[in-house]
Design a binder for this molecule. Structure first.
Ligand code: ATP
Ligand code: MG
Length: 582
């Protein structure tokens, strides 16, 4: 990322938070308020979040969850959770459970309104029969290839199927036999009889039902015909009395079809007038990120990541394991807002939101990722002492803790340079620095191994500088973090970076796939040391700021004496720092 982009994010984020108190309504809120005023739905506001249980939820879904549940909260309405489980082949109970866990974790609740499109299979079947009775649906025996070939193109009308005009009686008979399981998969479909010349391809006699002799995670083997998503979605909204059905933009062209189904199913004009209305908004896209479920599934299946909850994944489970908090994600969704046109949000804004939240909440501790041994030669070998450290300068109620100090310490390798350039103010031979909360130390000598690498620093300390305070007003230009060697806990520290190197990972050279854009350095595992306080305190998913290094959280694989930390995010935007240095 370039510096100006970073500045833009900061400016954008600041502007957004200023506007928060004084925000004008977005177009969806304006619509809902108008409907309340006009009494369109007798004052009701009823939304739904409709995931298909064919994968884990990602940050894009989080935006949709925050939008739907958030609007219900804001207007004293309700929001249902509805699983759109019309495709038994790709759906699994594991996904249903994960989706529920993620929504609850974000802080939303559907109460007792957990619904499944499969609850409506019986009703949908009856409606399909009704449409056949009305001469608005027919059984087609053309092959899938023929159906596709006859559809035409946006500029060329399609061709009517030879089965289009069979009698109602024949259609009823065939559809019933499809349901009874008399025909093999793919041999027949039920299609809506609309208009093969419609400029909207979705209106060219779309398929309503297909034959799939497949086990469904809820209905078992009861059905061998399954409704298409398009035949189920609008009607499910109708059954649940949804007032505002929010979808992403790609469904805008499906809306006339949803309306056509409902227009032909509902006879009562008054019911029709008050039925669900669909509104589209732009999906969330993030740079350096893929959000297609197909691609996320491929990353998991081909083991480019360790699972759906790999901390590099943009899934809610991955973000949680990475150390993201519900507040940071809700805040992000709010800052992004809703738009009517597709756009791509800088992933830096998401990182900004977690920094902002953890800065307020995370306890500060000291940890060293790339340790360099320091021996304080004028500090007695058998002595140790406990120094006061502030837990969170942003939160006085967090209090203080004791940090042990002893003769042998670890500091960060990169805080020492034997031959420092002009602007390097940290440790080098002869230089004095402050150890945070501890003492001023001066480097006397760098010990090297036979390869010439520095393996240890011999230093002296000034006992008069206890607490890190200057004894005589003399100044040092750097303050370093450190841990006491004897007391430190060895731990595995997983340093995560962006999963993709390319801003737009979907774009790749000819003959290659999005996988060619994977960042080979997205995970670096370090063996580091952390202060002993963490031995008891480190519970899985707990967040910390490692002073000067970034925000880290305890991984779920951290058990007993084995401590594992995930880096959530660095303190500042390193990508910006790198481009500044160039
Ligand atoms: P796919 O089309 O790959 O199955 P999907 O992302 O559409 O995936 P669904 O489970 O159908 O997945 O999505 C559930 C809800 O989340 C839908 O209402 C959808 O519009 C919304 N949604 C999905 N992706 C995004 C996104 N990137 N931004 C905002 N909303 C999204
Ligand atoms: Mg979908």
């Amino acid at each position: 990322m370039h510096e100006f982009e970073r500045q833009f994010i900061i400016y954008y984020a600041q502007r957004m938070s200023k506007e928060e108190n004084n925000k004008s309504l977005n177009f969806i809120e304006a619509m809902i308020e108008k409907d309340i005023k006009d009494n369109t739905y007798n004052g009701r506001v009823h939304l739904r979040f409709p995931p298909e249980p064919n994968g884990y939820l990602h940050i894009g879904h989080a935006k949709s969850i925050c939008l739907n549940f958030g609007l219900a909260e804001k207007y004293g309405g309700k929001c249902n959770l509805r699983f759109d489980d019309t495709n038994p082949v790709k759906e699994e109970v594991e996904y249903v459970d994960a989706i529920k866990e993620d929504i609850h974790w974000l802080g939303f609740d559907w109460e007792d309104r957990e619904y499944y499109a499969s609850d409506y299979f019986g009703q949908l079947y009856e409606w399909a029969v009704l449409l056949i009775h009305k001469g608005k649906a027919y059984v087609d025996e053309s092959s899938a290839d023929e159906v596709a070939a006859h559809r035409g193109s946006p500029t060329k009308p399609g061709r009517e199927s030879e089965y289009r005009n069979r009698s109602v009686k024949e259609n009823l008979d065939l559809f019933e036999r499809m349901k009874k399981g008399e025909f093999p998969d793919g041999s027949k479909v039920l299609r809506a009889k609309i208009d093969m010349a419609s400029p909207n391809m979705h209106m060219r006699d779309p398929v309503m039902y297909r034959i799939k002799h497949a086990f469904h995670h809820r209905t078992g083997n009861k059905w061998c015909i399954y409704p298409m998503y398009d035949f189920a979605h609008g009607q499910s909204d109708f059954v649940e009395n949804i007032t505002h059905s929010l979808c992403t933009l790609e469904f805008e062209v499906h809306r006339p079809l949803y309306d056509w189904f409902l227009d032909n199913i509902i006879d009562d004009p008054e019911v029709n007038r008050r039925r669900t209305h669909q509104t589209e908004f732009a999906r969330l896209n993030l740079n350096y990120t893929v959000m297609s479920k197909r691609m996320l599934l491929q990353l998991v299946n081909e083991k480019h990541v360790t699972g759906w909850d790999d901390p590099r994944m943009p899934t809610i489970a991955g973000l949680r394991r990475r150390g993201y908090t519900p507040d940071s994600i809700r805040n992000f969704a709010d800052k992004v807002g809703v738009a009517k046109r597709e756009n791509t949000i800088d992933v830096g804004l998401l990182e900004h939101c977690i920094r902002e939240d953890l800065n307020k909440k995370a306890r500060r501790v000291m940890g060293v990722i790339n340790p360099l041994k320091v021996t304080i030669k004028n500090y007695p070998e058998d002595q140790e002492e406990y120094l006061d450290a502030i837990n969170n300068p942003e939160d006085d109620s967090a209090g203080t803790r004791k940090v042990p100090f002893s003769q042998t310490l670890y500091i960060e390798q990169e805080d020492f340079m034997e031959d420092p350039p002009k602007k390097f103010f940290r440790l080098s031979p002869g230089r004095e620095v402050r150890l945070r909360y501890a003492y001023f130390i001066t480097c006397e000598e760098a010990v090297k191994n036979e390869k010439g690498e520095v393996t240890e620093l011999i230093c002296t300390y000034d006992p008069a500088s206890r607490g890190g305070n200057s004894p005589d007003g003399r100044k040092v230009k750097a303050t370093l973090h450190w841990v006491s060697g004897r007391h430190a806990l060895e731990s595995e520290i997983r340093l995560y970076d962006r999963l993709f190197n390319e801003e737009n990972p979907y774009q790749c050279e000819e003959g290659k796939t999005f996988l060619s854009n994977l960042n080979p350095d997205s995970l670096i595992i370090a063996k580091g040391f952390v202060e002993p306080f963490l031995k008891k305190d480190a519970q899985p998913f707990r967040n910390y700021q490692f002073e000067r290094l970034g925000y880290f959280c305890v991984d779920k694989e951290s058990i007993g004496d084995k401590l594992v930390f995930n880096r959530t995010v660095t303190l500042r935007d390193n990508w910006a720092k790198i481009s500044q240095q160039k």
